[in-house]
Structure formats: structure tokens, C-alpha cells
Design a protein around this ligand. Structure first.
Ligand code: CA
Length: 214
């Protein structure tokens, strides 16, 4: 387990608490150090770091691996929570918090990570691992943003089915999105480019999108 925290007092306390609970834990004080580390099971991530904003660290960790990320921060505003969760955090805990609650949240994310089978979806050359959020085409990793992944998840979970623009927007953004769905096109264009085969996602004009037969 990795603690990313620039306050040495909090870092030491967290590492000790985790070790007492039976986990192996280390701490780093810089976002850059966290990104250089090999992936581990769980990262506890402070957002206010001296070098890189924790949100950027969160995004990059999520793109690189299926590590569970629990944001541990003094920033308690709803907008901050939404941003962190959108950028791939699995959970969000506002300081100050009790160690017992932190340990319960760690157990919960680890449990979620252990769901067996059924989460690796294949479609032709494309594989999508819903648990680790890893996407490959012809065995090569494709790094997607959380939005791109959410769009792909909508399409790949029922390949061949026509999914309406509104449905994708509702599932990938949030259920109360009433704005224009134009923003979807931007993410969709990036997704198609990254998947390398623009014909993989078919546009059915006036209706929506579906994955083309492999
Ligand atoms: Ca801090």
C-alpha cells in the first residue's frame, strides 16, 4: 500500500496504522514519486501535494494501472469529490477521519477488486477489463480517460446493440445531465482515434452508436 502525503506527521501515522492492521505500507511525499512507483493494491492519495496536484496524480495513476485509489484530503467540497471520482478515484475520505473508517474503506475497495470473472469483455481485437479498466487492442495497451472508458463501457457491455446518445451521456456523465450531447462527440472522436480503427464504433445517424461486428 502506498501513502502519498506531504505532511510527515500524517504520513507516519497512516503508515503505522496500516502496518498495525497487517498491511505493508510505505509513504512518499511527492506526486512524482507516486507516479514512478510500480503499481500496488491501494494508494491513499492526498490532493494537496507540493509538486503535482493530487487530481493529476489520480488521473495518471488510473491511466497506468488498476490500483485502487482512495483520496484522503482536507478538500471536502462536492465539486472536489466529483472531480476526484471522475478522474478515477475509487473512494474519497475527508480529513479528519478515524483510522477504523479508513480501514473499512480499504477493505471495501479490496473486496470490489476481487470480484471474480465476467469482467473481461472481448470484441474482436478489443479487450476491456472492467475491473482494472485496462483496454487493449491487438494486445497493446490503450490509455483512455475516464470519460472515454465510460463511453466504451456502454458500447462493449452489449456489443451490437444500438445505444442512443442520451443513454451514453446519462451513463458516462451523470443521470441528471440535460445539457447538449455535443460534448460526447469530442470524447468519441478521441476514443476512436485511440482505438486505431474508426469503423469499430459505428454511427447510426439520428439514433446513436454501436460497436461494429469484428
Ligand atoms: Ca497535503
Amino acid at each position: 500500500m502506498l501513502v502519498v502525503e506531504d505532511d510527515p506527521g500524517i504520513a507516519t501515522q497512516l503508515v503505522r496504522g496500516l502496518e498495525r492492521a497487517g498491511y505493508t505500507a510505505e509513504s512518499v511525499s511527492l506526486g512524482a514519486d507516486a507516479l514512478r512507483r510500480p503499481p500496488c493494491d491501494v494508494v491513499l492519495l492526498d490532493l494537496g501535494l507540493p509538486d503535482i496536484d493530487g487530481i493529476d496524480v489520480c488521473r495518471q495513476l488510473r491511466q497506468a494501472s488498476g490500483t485502487a485509489i482512495i483520496v484522503v484530503t482536507a478538500r471536502g467540497e462536492e465539486a472536489d469529490r466529483v472531480l476526484a471520482l471522475d478522474e478515477g478515484a475509487d473512494d474519497y475520505l475527508v480529513k479528519p477521519f478515524g483510522l477504523a473508517e479508513l480501514l473499512a474503506r480499504i477493505r471495501a475497495v479490496l473486496r470490489r477488486g476481487q470480484r471474480p470473472g465476467g469482467e473481461l469483455l472481448r470484441h474482436g481485437a478489443l479487450t476491456v477489463d472492467l475491473r482494472t479498466r485496462k483496454v487493449t487492442v491487438d494486445g497493446k495497451d490503450v490509455a483512455l480517460t475516464p470519460k472515454e472508458f465510460a463511453i466504451l463501457e456502454c458500447l462493449v457491455s452489449d456489443p451490437g446493440r444500438l445505444v442512443s446518445r442520451q443513454e451514453i451521456v446519462e451513463r458516462a456523465w451523470d443521470e441528471h445531465w440535460y445539457g447538449p450531447t455535443k460534448v460526447l462527440d469530442v470524447h468519441l472522436a478521441a476514443l476512436r482515434r485511440k482505438l486505431g480503427d474508426p469503423s469499430l464504433i459505428e454511427t447510426v445517424y439520428g439514433h446513436g452508436f454501436r460497436l461494429a461486428d469484428p
